[in-house]
Design a protein around this ligand. Structure first.
Ligand SMILES: [Zn+2]
Length: 446
């Protein structure tokens, strides 16, 4: 009782962004409330304070037709003579990096291309980039690619700033604590938002885990939003990366640490995705829609880097680690089932989001329907082909370990809740172990 009142007081105090009103209803823990859950909520409050008090930088954005020339002026102004261009084989096969490299050369800036970045980069991949940077005496980094490439660029910069610290030693919060060399990001997918976040993820193949390095200095100095670089994305990849961004926006919005600022960014991102993703999916060369999607991913990144994510991501990361399912697709598979499992406990948040993105008189049900339509129109499957019944308990356990206490979720799921979500996603209706209770939990909105 005391704790509930305490939280209500601190969360509803007026006048400060971190105290943006959070209703008592929103603050309900949901399901069985344990003492541990209450401790988690105290921790979440600490995170909320930290996010409000820490100066999370917004990178300078170069967008529109003059983006490249404006950025080149900046590079010249900084007197950068050699830049490490970080990319991956897919980008290089399409030659997407070439116009940027050519423009740099025209300005007399040398480039060194490191294009061996793998999906979910491992420690050796990042260290190879560090060697390349040092060997050629680079003075800055431009990462051209999706989330893996941008994360790799950030991590190379972190290792350059902290040469005596290993990536493992920088795991967690605020272990870099040094300014990075000039770092620029050019997203070629509109999804991860890595170009604006304080985090970068490393795969530790030996331990079969992924870990994150989080530090304010990891936000790139500048971001180039060049929609022409995303024109070659397949409809499927355009969709799954965009739904990753939508998941960032929604998990940020429904989480208890959402602020006025983060909510505004979530709304902007959601609106842009709902109206532009169908266009991009149907007409991949629609340059205006592509530009809107880049902005959507950027806004969603701004939102979740302040509030963190939730169970969709916690479970999706396990699917990525265990089956190699791409991050965007994993989120797309889980978004609707997780929102359904929250049930009415997030209706207030979804209604508010619907009223700002769909229509003034819409509600949570309309929001769920809009998401379901979007997933359907983008041909997102309703089951996970790789999922095996015998893995479900492990996935659920690992997802709980990831989410608790780090993610300020709107209410807490337990092992059983997450297993229920996963059972509902088994291929070939392998639902034999589901209890009536489990079915009713996931069936509420189907
Ligand atoms: Zn994500």
């Amino acid at each position: 009782m005391f704790y509930g009142q305490f939280c209500e007081n601190i969360y509803t105090a007026k006048g400060r962004q971190w105290c943006a009103p959070v209703s008592a209803q929103q603050y309900h823990l949901g399901g069985e409330v344990t003492f541990t859950h209450r401790l988690y909520r105290l921790y979440h409050f600490g995170l909320r304070l930290a996010a409000a008090l820490l100066p999370i930088r917004t990178p300078h954005v170069y967008a529109g037709q003059q983006a490249l020339s404006q950025w080149l002026c900046e590079v010249k102004k900084q007197n950068l003579r050699t830049l490490l261009v970080v990319s991956d084989p897919g980008i290089v096969a399409l030659d997407l990096q070439q116009p940027i490299i050519a423009a740099l050369h025209q300005q007399g800036v040398n480039t060194v291309l490191y294009s061996d970045v793998e999906a979910n980069p491992g420690i050796p991949c990042i260290e190879q980039g560090v060697s390349c940077y040092q060997q050629h005496h680079c003075q800055g980094i431009i990462a051209i690619g999706g989330g893996s490439v941008m994360d790799c660029g950030k991590l190379i910069a972190a290792r350059i700033a902290r040469p005596s610290k290993s990536l493992q030693q920088m795991q967690g919060l605020f272990k870099v604590l040094r300014p990075l060399v000039p770092l620029y990001a050019v997203p070629t997918t509109a999804g991860t938002g890595s170009e604006v976040t304080v985090a970068a993820v490393v795969s530790d193949h030996q331990r079969q885990i992924k870990f994150a390095i989080n530090d304010l200095c990891l936000v790139p100095k500048g971001v180039l939003l060049l929609p022409e670089l995303t024109l070659g994305l397949s409809p499927q990849l355009s969709a799954t990366t965009a739904i990753d961004a939508l998941t960032h926006a929604i998990e940020s919005y429904i989480g208890i640490n959402a602020t006025r600022f983060s909510k505004a960014k979530s709304v902007a991102a959601t609106k842009l995705i709902l109206s532009n993703l169908p266009l991009v999916y149907q007409q991949p060369n629609h340059i205006d829609a592509r530009m809107h999607m880049l902005w959507a991913a950027f806004y969603a990144g701004q939102a979740f880097t302040r509030t963190s994510v939730g169970y969709v991501h916690a479970i999706a990361h396990q699917l990525g680690a265990l089956y190699g399912i791409g991050h965007g697709l994993a989120n797309a598979l889980l978004l609707a089932p997780v929102l359904n499992a929250y049930g009415q406990r997030i209706d207030a948040q979804l209604t508010a989001l619907a009223q700002q993105t769909l229509a003034a008189n819409s509600d949570a049900q309309d929001m769920r329907a809009a998401i379901a339509t979007l997933l359907h129109d983008c041909a997102i499957p309703s089951t996970i082909a790789q999922l095996r019944q015998e893995d479900i308990a492990t996935i659920a356990k690992r997802a709980i370990a990831e989410a608790h206490p780090d993610y300020p979720v709107p209410c807490f799921f337990n092992q059983h809740d997450i297993e229920t979500i996963l059972y509902s996603l088994l291929p070939q209706q392998q639902h034999s172990k589901q209890t009536d209770e489990q079915q009713s939990l996931t069936g509420q909105y189907r």
